[in-house]
Ligand binder design. Structure first.
Ligand SMILES: [Zn+2]
Length: 483
């Protein structure tokens, strides 16, 4: 299995300048090559006479007879052996000419430049798989560069980066023995430079499918905002809402930074301070998520999560217009606050972490479609929208009363069992009790009244005391005891 270890670097001032320069140059190179590939792609899409030329004479020719443009216009299209190059190879063959035309690129280690092109290749691979088109990188979006395997050396708390030199780092954790160094990535963050070392740990095999017949425990997890996770065994994990906690301080820093003179070093410092606060929020969230992931894998051998369409959930509301074309209220202003809370939860990252930890321990983590999981009764299987009212779940068919999130997690767990074909008895679940059936006629204003069936001979239970009880009462175990 390949694991990444992250350490904070201690570069010298000159090394810091070198790395910042490299980032700037690599970003220009990335954007330049991206533009080349986009143009070539457009040409292939709409072939025009004149865009293609004969290799020897350079005379324009018909695209049907010549297909030189293979997703790139830079570099040589053919190898010495006569084989055709792909886009990465074509752009890579152009690097030596780039270094002649722009000698400052000679300072960058050649493998780093090649890795930069690989990054573009990956972006286009994603594009061809239907995962969004590659974008031009701004300074804020381009913060890292990487070395391929077998270039970087590691010694105790020192790392050797070719063309930059030896550098110390904070050795916050030990690297396991007998590792194989894979790609090494250097990243600039708000509070300094970091190195991410990818290591192949041979103790953990690449794919370790657990034998499903050996599985003893399964747990279903429901993702939420107020409760970050509701587990099918009845546990609830609170959401600390790190961004909301520091939102006041963030607003103050944003305001301060925006009021500084534009382009001044004062403004630079103010924005750096703001970025450090953002970094703090990210660090707190990441730490919390890793802890949850490790806590979860100790509970069961199979984790079942829900497959949420997060992008769809935070999408803007559609504009509403009346007959005259006047814009009406569409509820976007109210949704904005909800969207902020959803982003603060960072469910996608949490799921990735749970999956990675599960893989590390040789356990199984799957996603299931969450359709109807919050409306379906986990006791009798009755599906009705009205079953759920905010945090309470009350089945209108059998009267099963439960916490809505825990109830949903039970359904998610069951769906996971069905997908994997495991016996339902292995699901960790809360003890279920059925409360009496509600009276359908007694409902008023959509409220559901529950009639308690009291067995003959039993005394009628006393009416519950209002919260706080009478003045001077003492509270013991949630019940008011008169003095
Ligand atoms: Zn029911």
């Amino acid at each position: 299995m390949i694991i990444a270890y992250k350490y904070k670097l201690k570069p010298s001032p000159s090394q810091e300048i070198t790395m910042a320069n490299w980032l700037s140059m690599l970003r220009s190179h990335y954007n330049f090559c991206l533009r080349d590939r986009i143009e070539a792609y457009e040409q292939v899409k709409f072939p025009k006479l004149g865009n293609y030329s004969d290799l020897k004479t350079k005379a324009p020719c018909c695209p049907l007879t010549c297909s030189i443009s293979d997703q790139s216009q830079l570099g040589e299209p053919f190898k010495k052996s006569g084989k055709k190059r792909n886009a990465y190879e074509m752009q890579s063959s152009e690097l030596r000419f780039l270094k002649k035309a722009r000698p400052w690129y000679q300072k960058i280690h050649s493998t780093v430049l090649q890795q930069n092109l690989r990054r573009l290749e990956t972006a286009f691979g994603n594009f061809f798989d239907g995962r969004g088109s590659p974008k031009f990188k701004t300074r804020q979006k381009f913060k890292s560069f990487s070395y391929p395997p077998n270039q970087v050396k590691l010694e105790e708390n020192k790392i050797y980066l070719p063309s930059i030199g030896w550098m110390r780092f904070f050795k916050s954790r030990n690297i396991p023995d007998g590792f194989n160094l894979k790609t090494v990535t250097i990243r600039s963050l708000a509070d300094g430079w970091y190195v991410a070392i990818r290591i192949e740990n041979k103790d953990i095999p690449q794919s370790n499918p657990k034998d499903l017949t050996q599985v003893k425990t399964v747990i279903g997890c429901d993702l939420g905002i107020k409760k970050l996770l509701a587990l099918s065994n009845g546990e609830l994990i609170e959401n600390p809402q790190f961004e909301k906690r520091l939102s006041k301080r963030k607003t103050i820093r944003q305001r301060r930074a925006s009021r500084k003179k534009r382009g001044s070093s004062n403004q630079k410092r103010a924005y750096a301070k703001l970025a450090r606060l953002d970094q703090k929020i990210v660090n707190q969230r990441e730490d919390h998520q890793w802890k949850i992931a490790h806590r979860l894998v100790r509970k069961a051998e199979v984790m079942v999560l829900e497959n949420l369409n997060i992008q769809g959930m935070i999408r803007k509301c559609r504009a509403k217009q009346d007959e005259n074309g006047k814009f009406l209220k569409n509820g976007q202003s109210a949704k904005r606050a909800l969207n902020r809370l959803i982003r603060d939860c960072s469910w996608g990252n949490l799921k990735t972490k749970i999956k990675s930890v599960a893989e590390k321990f040789g356990l199984i983590c799957i996603d299931v479609n969450p359709k109807f999981t919050s409306q379906k009764c986990s006791y009798c299987g009755h599906i009705q929208k009205e079953n759920r009212k905010k945090e309470r779940f009350l089945c209108l068919n059998c009267g099963f009363l439960a916490d809505a999130d825990i109830q949903a997690s039970l359904n998610i767990g069951r769906k996971g069992l069905e997908t994997l074909g495991i016996s339902p008895s292995k699901l960790l679940m809360v003890h279920q009790e059925v409360t009496p059936k509600p009276e359908s006629t007694g409902s008023r204003n959509g409220e559901i009244s529950v009639s308690l069936e009291i067995e003959p001979g039993n005394p009628i239970p006393p009416a519950p005391l209002s919260k706080g009880g009478a003045r001077g009462d003492e509270w013991v175990n949630g019940e008011a005891i008169p003095c």
